[in-house]
Design a protein around this ligand. Sequence first.
Ligand SMILES: [Zn+2]
Length: 188
Amino acid sequence: MANKPALLVVDMLNDFCIGKGPVCVPYGKDLIPKIRDIIEWNPNLTVIHAVDFHFENDPELKRWPRHAIQGTEGAEIVKELQFPGRLRVHRVEKRTIDCFYKTRLADLIEGLYIKHLIIVGVVSNICVLAAIHGAFIRNYKITAIEDCIRAFDPAGQAVTRYQAQNVYQIDWWETWDQEKFTSQFTEL
Ligand SMILES: [Zn+2]
C-alpha cells in the first residue's frame, strides 16, 4: 500500500465552473470532461471531493464575492462529476481555502491508507495550491495535472506551477496520461 492513491478534486462546484458568477473560473468547465476521464479510468480509484461549503458569515466572504453557500445550487458538485452509487467517493466540506483546516480530510486519508494524492480542480493559486501545501507538510506523495487545474488568469496558473515545481517539487504532469497512470498506480 506504499503508493495507494486518491484523486483529490478541489472545488469543482457549480459556482466555480458553471455560469457567469464572480467566482466562476474562465474555461473552468473545460476541466470537467478531463477530470471525468480520470474518475472513469478505474472504478476502484478513491475520489475525494474537497468542496467549499460556506456559511454566510464565513470570514473570507467579507473579502471575496459570495460563493458556495450551503444549501444553494452553486455549492453543488457539477453534475458530470457526481457518480451516484459509485463506491469510494468521499466529500469533505471546508469553510476556508485550506481543505485540511478544521476538516476531516487528514483522518480520512489516513483511515483509507492513502499515500499519494493526485490533485486537480480550481482555483490553481488559491485552494489547489493550499491543498498542495497541506499535502506536502503531511508528507504525502503528490501529483498534480496542469490541464486539470485552472486559475482566474495566466499569472495565477504560472505561480502555481512555479511553487509546485520549485518549492514543493511535486510530480507535475502537463496532462493526464492513462498509460502512465495505469503503470504508476497499480494498487488501489
Ligand atoms: Zn470559499
